[in-house]
Design a protein around this ligand. Structure first.
Ligand SMILES: Nc1ncnc2c1ncn2[C@@H]1O[C@H](COP(=O)(O)OP(=O)(O)OP(=O)(O)O)[C@@H](O)[C@H]1O
Length: 305
């Protein structure tokens, strides 16, 4: 089954065409990165998927159901982390989760959910109005996870998260995929997307200008990629595992920092391999220029077409 299918979808706001004849398939069980510069139409697409707005033309099918006619059934099976989520100031973190659990009529344990997103039981007791940006984002993520949804829609999920929080978010995304969920991950931060996504779609001025694996897209740009990984602890086993990966051409270690040169296809697995091998990854930096090139080459190609 296809988790999300958009077929010839157009959304107009007066003279503005936010999404133009968009056709897109997100496969069941994959992590799909939805990329695009500001104003490309990403939020509009998410709002169409969730039936918050209606298309001017075309059809949207989610989890095998018509997104408009069966929106309630769709939302029951979908967890959403909206962009710019604002908390209810007077409710505690735990009350937010209790509310989400009640709405979805599930048996989740709020404290387990808090723990999963790195919030302590004491944080859960606090009024969310006093939360930091990152804490509020973690809470929103926990709310999206309620009820083991078949589909997770994450709109700019790393907003407000420090590198540690972003890493934890990636781990949860991987765990949710492992559980069998489909994850639709919208962002304009390429590095975050490529560390977890199986495939990406690049949206530009309301049109899909590319739909492929990051490796596939990157092959069009070509060249080796450099990754600098900062860790808190790095075992020699983890370093060896990275060295043994196909496509890794060079690995240099300096204390807890690792410098990896690899071809485009190996890149996605380097961070995952390190994290799976128990390395405590604090932050990583990829060859941003080539990522930018990738993005720009697709978005400018269309602009000049
Ligand atoms: N309610 C609305 N009324 C009029 N125009 C709108 C409305 N919502 C979106 N648009 C326009 O549609 C286009 C796409 O906007 P959208 O918010 O979907 O982009 P986005 O990719 O999510 O951008 P960002 O990364 O900045 O969040 C923009 O030109 C925007 O101004």
């Amino acid at each position: 089954m296809t988790a999300i299918r958009l077929d010839g979808v157009t959304k107009r706001y007066g003279s503005v065409t936010a999404v133009n004849d968009l056709s897109l398939d997100v496969r069941e069980g994959e992590v799909f990165g939805f990329l695009g510069p500001n104003g490309a139409g990403k939020s509009t697409t998410i709002n169409l998927i969730l039936d918050f707005i209606r298309p001017s033309e075309g059809t949207v099918t989610v989890l095998g159901r018509d997104a408009q006619k069966e929106s309630v059934a769709v939302r029951e099976r979908t967890g959403v982390l909206p962009e710019g989520f604002s908390v209810y100031d007077r409710l505690t973190g735990r009350q937010h989760l209790e509310f989400a659990i009640e709405s979805k009529e599930t048996e989740d344990d709020p404290d387990e959910l808090l723990d999963r997103v790195g919030l302590s039981p004491e944080d859960g007791d606090r009024k969310a109005g006093g939360y930091s940006k990152g804490m509020a984002q973690r809470l929103a993520f926990a709310m999206a996870l309620v009820g083991e949804p078949d589909l997770l829609i994450l709109d700019e999920p790393s907003t407000g998260l420090d590198p540690n929080g972003a890493r934890e978010m990636r781990e949860i995304v991987r765990a949710e995929k492992e559980r069998g969920a489909t994850i639709f991950f919208s962002s304009h931060i390429l590095g975050q997307v490529e560390a977890v996504c199986d495939r990406v779609g690049i949206l530009h001025e309301g049109e899909l200008v590319a739909e492929d694996s990051i490796e596939g897209l990157r092959q069009n740009v070509g060249g080796d990629t450099a990754i600098t990984v900062e860790t808190k602890s790095l075992s020699s086993d983890a370093v060896s595992e990275v060295r043994d990966l196909d496509g890794v051409t060079n690995v240099n270690r300096d204390g807890n920092e690792l410098f990896v040169t690899c071809d485009s296809e190996a890149k996605t697995t380097v961070i995952a391999t390190l994290e799976n091998a128990g390395a405590d990854v604090v932050d990583f930096e990829t060859d941003e220029t080539s990522l930018e090139d990738l993005f720009i080459s697709y978005t400018e190609q269309e602009a000049t077409a």
